[in-house]
Design a protein around this ligand. Structure first.
Ligand code: HEC
Length: 144
């Protein structure tokens, strides 16, 4: 999918310039991006951790396949378990209530874009929106 997009853009930029050997032309265009790890390629372990073992289509759609709790344990725990940077503390209804009152759409929106010391997607860059919501729901359900 990524490759196709690159080719389309390359073609548009070079519009009108006829290539005698299209294959060579394409290879030359892709060369500057040679270091990019593309979907479906062996990325030499770059995708370790949560991304490991995820099939190409899943990566393209940005999803980890993890449950809300697993995402929390891997990505959100570091801050929300300690309250660093005033992150609402895991398990504390007192600290979560103001956010719960705002509603899930608002919490989801903030956590997708980030705010203050809360990084976009809580550092789970391959999480889908649904997975982010599941992780938030897990924290909300655990607050008492
Ligand atoms: C680097 C630290 C850090 C990590 C990692 C982190 N958070 Fe946060 N989070 C924060 C901080 C700090 C706030 C308070 C932000 C503010 O309002 O100033 C916050 C706030 C939130 C809020 C409330 C947003 C609102 O204002 O409605 C939600 C929901 C949330 N985090 C979810 C998550 C989820 C889900 C993850 C893991 C996928 C995560 N966070 C990972 C630091 C972090």
């Amino acid at each position: 999918m990524v490759v196709v997009a690159s080719l389309t853009v390359g073609g548009a930029l070079h519009g009108g310039v006829a290539a005698s050997d299209p294959d060579d032309e394409i290879r030359a265009r892709l060369k500057p991006f040679g270091d990019v790890c593309r979907v479906g390629q062996d990325c030499g372990g770059l995708e370790g951790g949560a991304g490991a073992g995820v099939s190409a289509p899943a990566v393209a759609a940005a999803a980890t396949g993890l449950s809300g709790q697993q995402i929390y344990d891997q990505f959100c725990f570091a801050c929300h378990n300690t309250g660093v940077g005033e992150a609402p503390l895991f398990g504390s209804l007192e600290q979560w209530q103001p956010f719960i009152d705002q509603g899930m759409p608002q919490m989801l929106a903030v956590s997708l874009t980030g705010r203050g010391l809360m990084p976009p997607k809580g550092t789970c860059v391959t999480c889908s929106e649904d997975e982010m919501q599941a992780a938030i729901q897990y924290m909300v359900d655990s607050a008492q």
